[in-house]
Structures are given as structure tokens and as C-alpha cells.
Design a protein around this ligand. Structure first.
Ligand code: ATP
Length: 248
């Protein structure tokens, strides 16, 4: 879609088109890598299969993630370009509720992209009258086992965090964070991605819907449970299969 186009609110897939527009606009602002659209497309395909809605198991997983964040001593929100483009405002609100930093972590790191993302979050911080610490600009530590820019992180951010929320993460990084002994909370529409399968709590839902739900759950301070991640993911897969088999 051309980013100049106006989305018709009457369109049956209005929300999805608005999300697509946000990604396109962020691309123009230099916030995203070329592959961002492809990652978004993979997410869209799964969201289509889920009926573009928050299914009950995803809501349970979101409540569990809120509980883990609230009870954490040192939580950090680790955001990539797509997460910032789609829900930067909501993640700043969540960080402010938790009193924790946001650390920007991008796969294809260039000074221009990093600058555009930091600038975007700082602008939103000001707009919302918040003072959330934005980390990631000057990494001074490494996630063991990850080569290249992906492993770069901040010592007093992701490196020392006990709980990390990682929307739209890649499998290797999720695995490396788990190997560091952290509680890893993943948001990923793909229930069979390595990140979803290899994390502590996988939320199979669209990132903007999850962020809005987290904002509701965090003040309620829900209690953590002995969450079974495989069961949550299986429930999402069952939902997809059931929806598809009742289609025609
Ligand atoms: P893995 O390495 O974990 O198997 P991957 O190679 O698919 O994952 P990426 O290419 O980094 O990892 O893709 C990011 C993931 O983000 C995809 O699985 C996609 O389903 C998911 N995704 C994309 N957009 C959204 C969104 N808006 N909300 C939630 N998830 C999304």
C-alpha cells in the first residue's frame, strides 16, 4: 500500500491495513531494515489464520507475562524496529508502569536506523510526558553465544535483566537469552517459531493488541503461575486448525 493512501474505516480489515500503513511509514522514516516487511508479512499470515483477534490462550499468556514482569526485580523491554513502529507508545507506557528501561536491539544495526528509532521513542516520551530510559545506543556488553551486532547489548540493561520481554524476536537470540537464565517473554504470532517454542511464556497474538492488554493487566498485579508454554502454543495451533476446518 502507498503510505499516502487513506485507509477507509469501513474496510472489513481496517485494523490490519492501519498496521500495514504504520510499517510503511516507519520504513520511509528509516526506522526499519528491508526485511521488516517480510517479517511483518509472516506475522500477518498467522494473524489471518487466528481471525485477527486475541484468542483466550493468548489472553492467558499475556496475563502471565504481566505477572512475571510485575514480580521481576530487573525487567527490560527489548524492542526491535517493527515493535517500536507498531507499538512504541504502548511500550513506553508499559515501561513507565513497571519503572523499567526500554533497550533497542536491532538485527541490522546502522547508526542511521539506531538514531531514527531512538529519536522516535524520545519524541513519544515527550508527547506522553514520560521519562522512560532508552538504552541500546551505546552497547557495552555481549550476549554469550551470539555473533555480530545481534549479540550487542547494554550491561545495566538486557545483560543484567532477570526478565526480558522480546516482541518479534529471532530464535537464536531467544535461545541465548534463555541460556543466560533469564525469564524470556515472547510476543510472536507464529506458534511454531523457535522463539515461541523456546521461551518461558509465548504470547501468540499481534503485538499492538498484546501491548494494549499488558497496559490493562499490569496495574492489576496478577499472580504468576507454573505456566506450561507448550500447552499455550498447542491451544493456538488447535484454534487455527479448528477455524480452518470450519471455514467451508
Ligand atoms: P524464529 O527464528 O524464532 O523461528 P523467525 O525466523 O520467523 O523466527 P523473524 O524473521 O525475526 O523470526 O520474524 C519475526 C516473527 O515475528 C515472525 O515469526 C512473525 O510471525 C512475527 N511477527 C511479525 N509481525 C508481528 C506482529 N505484528 N505481531 C506479532 N508477531 C509478529
Amino acid at each position: 500500500m502507498n503510505e499516502e493512501e487513506v485507509v477507509d474505516p469501513e474496510h472489513p480489515r481496517y485494523q490490519s491495513l492501519m498496521i500495514r500503513k504504520k510499517i510503511a511509514e516507519a520504513g520511509v522514516k528509516g526506522m526499519l531494515a528491508d526485511s521488516a516487511m517480510i517479517a511483518h508479512g509472516r506475522g500477518e499470515a498467522f494473524d489471518y489464520l487466528l481471525g485477527e483477534q486475541t484468542i483466550p490462550s493468548a489472553l492467558d499468556a499475556t496475563r502471565e507475562a504481566a505477572a512475571r514482569l510485575v514480580k521481576s526485580n530487573k525487567p527490560v523491554l527489548s524492542l526491535n524496529g517493527n515493535a517500536i513502529a507498531l507499538a512504541g507508545q504502548e511500550f513506553l507506557t508499559i515501561a513507565s508502569q513497571l519503572g523499567c528501561p526500554i533497550e533497542i536491539n536491532i538485527f541490522y544495526r546502522t547508526p542511521q536506523r539506531m538514531g531514527a528509532l531512538i529519536g522516535h521513542l524520545k519524541m513519544l516520551n515527550q508527547k506522553l510526558d514520560l521519562d522512560v530510559e532508552i538504552m541500546g545506543g551505546i552497547p557495552d556488553a555481549r550476549i554469550p553465544g551470539l555473533e555480530g551486532p545481534r549479540g550487542a547489548c547494554q550491561q545495566d540493561g538486557i545483560f543484567e535483566a532477570d526478565t526480558v520481554l522480546v516482541p518479534l524476536e529471532d530464535g537464536d537470540r531467544c535461545e541465548a537469552l534463555m541460556a543466560m537464565g533469564k525469564t524470556v517473554l515472547v510476543i510472536d504470532l507464529n506458534p511454531i517459531s523457535r522463539s515461541s517454542r523456546g521461551c518461558t511464556v509465548g504470547i501468540v497474538d499481534e503485538v499492538t493488541r498484546v501491548a494494549k492488554n499488558l497496559i490493562q493487566f499490569i496495574p492489576q498485579k496478577p499472580a504468576a503461575t507454573d505456566w506450561n508454554n507448550d500447552r499455550g502454543l498447542q491451544s493456538a495451533l488447535d484454534h487455527i486448525v479448528e477455524t480452518m476446518s470450519n471455514r467451508f
